[in-house]
Design a protein around this ligand. Sequence first.
Ligand SMILES: Nc1ncnc2c1ncn2[C@@H]1O[C@H](COP(=O)(O)OP(=O)(O)OP(=O)(O)O)[C@@H](O)[C@H]1O
Ligand SMILES: [Mg+2]
Length: 300
Amino acid sequence: MSIIVKHLSFVYNPNTPFAKKALNDINLVIEDGDFFGIIGHTGSGKSTLVQHFNALIKPSRGNVRVDGMDPAEKGADLRELRSNVGMVFQYPEYQLFAETVFDDVAFGFRNYYKRSKKELKRDPDRFKAETEERVREAITMVGLDYEKIKDKSPFDLSGGQKRRVAIAGVIVMRPKILVLDEPTAGLDPRGKAEILRLLHELKKNYCPTIVMISHNMNEIASNCNKIAVISEGKIICVRSPQELFSDDELIREKGIEVPEAVRLFKLLRQKGISFDRLPFNAEEAAGLLFERLKEEGKYA
Ligand SMILES: Nc1ncnc2c1ncn2[C@@H]1O[C@H](COP(=O)(O)OP(=O)(O)OP(=O)(O)O)[C@@H](O)[C@H]1O
Ligand SMILES: [Mg+2]
């Protein structure tokens, strides 16, 4: 399932003294199977852009097509769209509200089916069984123990667990595209690593396309196959991590932070030691250095 954005512009509070152009003629293609990163300074329009992907907001100009469907067109099935495109907002755990983890995770699914499948309404036992199956599956998918956690209050969980429960509440719809706005913000390094591992698991087994907004260049470079740079409501470029972080001029011009491992290798280059690839994390850096030492016969 792909997302194609054409000439998208968006203005908050149009025709008022508070009008604010947040997106300006955005063109973008997110393909099936991408782990697509979106970066840009605060206020550049990242969240505004992704909220178009499941029609939470609609374009002022241009259009967004998800799997060929334009949600702004008359008769578009928004419910179908929202079950296909799962949206995990920033700090999603703030939106947990139910008395039990089960009810929280079930919320979206119950809502969707209550309104759409009359036959399930007529057959409440089947609806109950199906809800349970979905909730069990979603909670297990995010790496939590269904039996242990389902009856707990979401408010008694750790920060990392709460975030997983919130993600399960989106996964329960079995989305084909998962969009996450700063999914690791506010977590400690272990919590961040766990969420990223979870995203790869979900991508492999569940929703093949992931879109992730992040300010953390280490995680963007290590996890995404494509990165869109957005600045003042415009797409500056869409590149692979190697292409993006090799472009010193762009990095300087746009004030893009680089991953730590890239910084290290650029410092080595200044000292005359250059490599034809950049590493994006400590493991890759160690691998490249090891290879070089071996080539030079300094290591057997
Ligand atoms: N509800 C709103 N009403 C008016 N202006 C808004 C609203 N939401 C965002 N904006 C403005 O639109 C622009 C883009 O905001 P957006 O939240 O999309 O940026 P962002 O890249 O997600 O930033 P951050 O990294 O801080 O989350 C900003 O100038 C912001 O002030
Ligand atoms: Mg934002």
